[in-house]
Design a protein around this ligand. Sequence first.
Ligand code: ATP
Ligand code: MG
Length: 722
Amino acid sequence: DGGKRPDYLAGLNPEQTEAVETLEGPVLVLAGAGTGKTRVLTTRIAHILNTGRAFPSQILAVTFTNKAAREMKERIALLVGGAVEGMPWLGTFHSIGVKLLRRHGELVGLRSDFTILDTDDVVRLIKQIIQAEGLDDKRWPAKQFAGMIDTWKNKGLGPADIPEGDARAFANGRGRDLYFAYQARLTTLNACDFGDLLMHPIAIFRKNPDLLKEYHGRFRYILVDEYQDTNTAQYMWLRLLAQRPKGEPQNVCCVGDDDQSIYGWRGAEVDNILRFEKDFPGAKVIKLERNYRSTEHILGAAAHLIAHNEGRLGKTLFTDRSDPDDVKVQVHASWDSEEEARAIGEEIEQLQRGKHLLNDMAILVRASFQMREFEDRFVTLGLNYRVIGGPRFYERLEIRDAMAYFRLVAQASDDLAFERIVNTPKRGLGDTTVRALHDYARARDIPMLAAAADIIETDELKPKARKALFDVIQSFRRWQELLENTPHTELAEQILEESGYTDMWKNDKSAEAPGRLENLKELIRSMESFESMRGFLEHVSLVMDAETNENLDAVSIMTLHSAKGLEFDTVFLPGWEEGLFPHQRSLDESGRAGLEEERRLAYVGITRAKHRCHIWFVSNRRIHGLWQSTLPSRFLDELPETHVEVAEMEQSYGGYGRGGYGQSRFDKAEPFANSYSTPGWKRAQANKTDATRDNWGTRSGHAVERIGYGESGPKGRTIEGE
Ligand code: ATP
Ligand code: MG
């Protein structure tokens, strides 16, 4: 090297520099949030390129999302002065897998133009296979089996590898045969599923040592970000590619943080971190302890919280970034989620008046149904927002379906709505029927629903379809009659029940189904603040029309899971209540694992913030369609007094007699009424004291004091349905 040190190395601290410059041999960077792990990876690539150690095509770099890959590419280009002509092997495990398969798919029987099936395709295919085997697909749901296959593939298990017990678990021991049949069918179709994007390359490399050797020669440097969330299959893939003959260095650099492992539910194995030193002998383990992202308060709050987890490697984190103007992490209480959205909206507007960019603010939710309230509020306020990592609330499949029902009830000539739901849920009204209806309607220039009413009087349709259509028409007639005089939320619920739509998701065994049901409940709830069904439908079309221009200054809304690796000046964390966060599912589980993963998620959330972190909890939330008086999250209790402050309640709890809500809904709120003038947080707490103590068992003394328990609470309450 000799000459002047390149600029990109100048700003790094000694440990970071070591991680960038140790190019030979395995390196594991194990460090907390915001310590510059991603920056180290980026700089390392720049350094490899800049010193001429490898061409861009000789570097294999894995990121967790496609977005992260794009950003990394841009940064590298900046660091080396824009001379990078592409980095073909920089991407997610899946995108790299696709690339390998396009080249070598023939080795597992795929042509290079193979298709990648999405979840729906997969389920449809499995259902065919289950039926073809003469099995009852009601008893043995395709979705469930799709989930099992996915789990096996995450573990790197092909049909021949699945353990006896697992193979017996489905269809009276025929799980293994079905899995074989499924893979065979995929090959016939020249298709693969997501798991195959990892499994096939593994199989190819194992069976073709010469080819593997070729790739060993090609990939001089291998780098992996967010290493704590790799699953077993990814780990196997990585080890294969990193193999080298004895004496040759394995130039693998993985960076991760065990405290940010949040995809255990999807098969990620945090133990991969612990295995690294064993599997890559001579590995240099580098710790970064200085955080460059967050203020001392934010970091202090996060560190104290995560210290409540037992299964962790443990690490120190410090920051030099303390400024007398730094604000503590703020905890706010609101009456309900509408109030919460209103308060956060106001906070954002205030920051905006202080010349802060919306681009620098994010709302991170635990469950995607929480987004709806914010989207609605922001549309009302005219605040730009974007939803990251998923569709906006009203664009989701189940919401669109439900809306199609409502639209058709309100407007019988809405043919698009009709076509969408006529056979959803399945009623045996397939393409043939729809085409017949279409032709009939077009020939007479009438809406399809009207055409349906006519056509059942003829013998154009088969008796079964005619009967099914008759039922649909009857239902819509009934709902249309109810439209004027039934409260619209009630009607909406009735429509979803009677149409079988809710049941469709209740019977669905897929991982997404519970979330979809939550969203449907949220949809009904969102109607409450409107006078009528029509008013609501109008509102939604406005929301749908809201701009989502990439270049717009806009608040980001996303789940905590998709916020990994990102940073924002101001972060809002709403919904810190027991049952929502930590999520009920983790509380129902036996053992600590689920709860600890929730806590890591909370840690990820707080550590996204650079300057300001606002945490919210509400006293009442509608969960699973029921108003519940909620308990503040145990995680609030685990925040340290020194870095956290309970915000003054600027908001009044204006919720009581507010239009649109019936008084009865708030029966449970009675005890609050007496203390209407006490600050919100305390009032909320006072009400909960007994119950929370009972439920939580042990807790640290100082946290209890800080939060202001001990106020004499009326009666203890617990979450309904517990
Ligand atoms: P996470 O665990 O959240 O993924 P990380 O460890 O990957 O965090 P980075 O995102 O790489 O951390 O860095 C956090 C922030 O600190 C970034 O804004 C980055 O530019 C900045 N940073 C990192 N190292 C330095 C440094 N040596 N000097 C100045 N800023 C730095
Ligand atoms: Mg990172």
